[in-house]
Ligand binder design. Structure first.
Ligand code: ZN
Ligand code: FE
Ligand code: FE
Ligand code: ZN
Length: 273
């Protein structure tokens, strides 16, 4: 019998899930869930988990997410894909939630509304600045990078301590446009909290499509996370069906090379690893 690693060297990806996928309901993705599911099947994946951007209070980042009154439509679309691909591909229901201080109760309400399989907690804002939005990239020049990362990882620790999420999304996201973290101490401290809280990390291959040309988290942080026993959940962060399973062989190799484990979530419980 061939090992998982041997199969990967042959370009196959057995048992793997893509657990970070968006839908057109967020207004910045294309492709019906059934097209994402078909792409996953074509790439030999075992399953997918849809994790579209969670509805938030009206004042928060409204153009980039579904409205609250669309949540039922989202769940319905995913359930239809689930039925359609039954027996061929496992389809699970999740969300990419935002951690933004003051909105925890709103998020908790949404999480109580449906039986989610998996919830990612992501920080996309430092204060009012959407730091991963290419439109506002010039703001990096006004900031002290060290202070920026300290502030960012303090928010990540808040996310980890909130007890709202299963994993932390794209851990070192502020590097997206090439502004790398020079220190790294606050990242390591955040990993300690993530480990203590029993969370996983979104191994997010979208970074390989961005100016930084590196997955989230960076290789050093993947090693540090594995050393702390933190598992990884593979995700392409696809905003189009063609991105499903993006660079998964590289991702699995990177994780295995440092002794890390790959897991998925069903009914908000860890599976595998
Ligand atoms: Zn998005
Ligand atoms: Fe995100
Ligand atoms: Fe995402
Ligand atoms: Zn994302």
């Amino acid at each position: 019998m061939m090992t998982c690693h041997a199969l990967l060297l042959l370009g196959m990806t057995p048992h793997l899930f893509d657990s970070h996928l968006h839908t057109p309901l967020c207004n910045h993705a294309v492709g019906h869930p059934r097209e994402y599911a078909q792409a996953a099947l074509d790439r030999g994946l075992a399953g997918v988990t849809f994790t579209d951007h969670i509805p938030m209070p009206e004042w928060f980042d409204a153009p980039w997410r579904m409205r609250r009154d669309q949540l039922g439509e989202y769940v319905q679309m995913v359930r239809e894909a689930q039925q359609e691909f039954g027996g061929r591909l496992e389809v699970r229901l999740g969300l990419e939630a935002d951690f933004h201080p003051g909105t925890e109760r709103y998020v908790a309400e949404i999480l109580a509304e449906y039986p989610w399989d998996y919830v990612i907690g992501s920080v996309h804002y430092i204060g009012a600045w959407g730091f991963d939005n290419p439109e506002f990239v010039s703001e990096y020049e006004r900031r002290d990078l060290g202070a920026l990362y300290r502030h960012y990882y303090a928010l990540i620790e808040g996310a980890a301590r909130s007890n709202l999420f299963d994993s932390i999304g794209h851990l070192d996201l502020p590097k997206k446009f090439g502004h790398l973290d020079q220190g790294g101490m606050s990242a390591l401290h955040a990993l300690d909290v993530i480990a203590m809280q029993g969370l996983s990390l979104d191994f997010n291959t979208a970074g390989w499509r961005k100016p930084v040309r590196e997955a989230y988290p960076a290789p050093d942080l993947v090693r540090a996370a594995a050393a702390r026993g933190i598992p990884f959940v593979l995700g392409s962060d696809a905003h189009a069906p063609a991105e499903v399973g993006y660079h998964f062989a590289d991702a699995v190799k990177q994780i295995h090379d440092v002794g890390g484990t790959v897991v998925t979530y069903a009914g908000r419980e860890r599976v595998g690893g």
